[in-house]
Design a protein around this ligand. Structure first.
Ligand code: GTP
Ligand code: MG
Length: 174
């Protein structure tokens, strides 16, 4: 293996999954373009974007990002995007318990059909709407730990923890 001082150029296929409206496309837009779209349109099928992140030790990670469509009618397409993925971001909206249930469905799906060594992140988005929170951080954290995932709360709107999310994935790459 390379030593810690030897910078590498890594590449990872990453998939985002989660209920429609939780903010998957906004997370990606914030990470890739530094923007937020309050009128974001629902994703049809899936969309692909890539972004390279430089880490402190000058390792670079190219994320090849599949942003899937959360609407039920597209659920059957998901395996096309998570198959062969090295990392998955499962997103819910902290104001929506239904979206947290849906996130758990996707986690089970990935555990059954994804690669066993996939890095999985559980993301509670819309952290800026804390006043309307209905999923506690502690419940989500415990669920994530039980399922060997890491947990983070983000806001695509304010940019809070968006870069940290991708850095945490990068750090865990083999
Ligand atoms: P599908 O493509 O249908 O699966 O939905 P999606 O998960 O991609 O949702 P999208 O990113 O399009 O965002 C849905 C709505 O939530 C939009 O109106 C966004 O502006 C809003 N939104 C996304 N992220 C945030 C956030 O962090 N905070 C707040 N307040 N609103 C957000
Ligand atoms: Mg979308």
């Amino acid at each position: 293996e390379n030593s810690a001082t030897d910078p590498k150029n890594l590449r990872v296929k990453l998939v985002l999954l989660g209920d429609s409206g939780v903010g998957k496309s906004c997370i990606v837009l914030r990470f890739v373009r530094g923007q937020f779209d309050p009128t974001s349109k629902v994703t049809v099928g899936a969309s692909f974007l890539s972004q390279t992140l430089a880490l402190e030790d000058s390792t670079t990670v190219k994320f090849e990002i599949w942003d899937t469509a959360g609407q039920e009618r597209y659920a059957a397409l998901a395996p096309l995007y998570y198959r062969g993925a090295g990392a998955a971001i499962v997103v819910y909206d902290i104001t929506s318990p239904e979206s947290f249930n849906k996130a758990q469905y996707w986690v089970k799906e990935l555990q059954k059909h994804g690669s066993p060594d996939m890095i999985m992140a559980l993301v509670g988005n819309k952290a800026d709407l804390n006043d309307n929170r209905s999923v506690s951080s502690q419940d989500a954290q415990e669920y994530a730990e039980r399922n060997s995932m890491f947990f983070i709360e983000t806001s695509a709107k304010t940019a809070d923890n968006i870069n940290q999310l991708f850095e945490e994935i990068a750090k865990r790459l083999p």
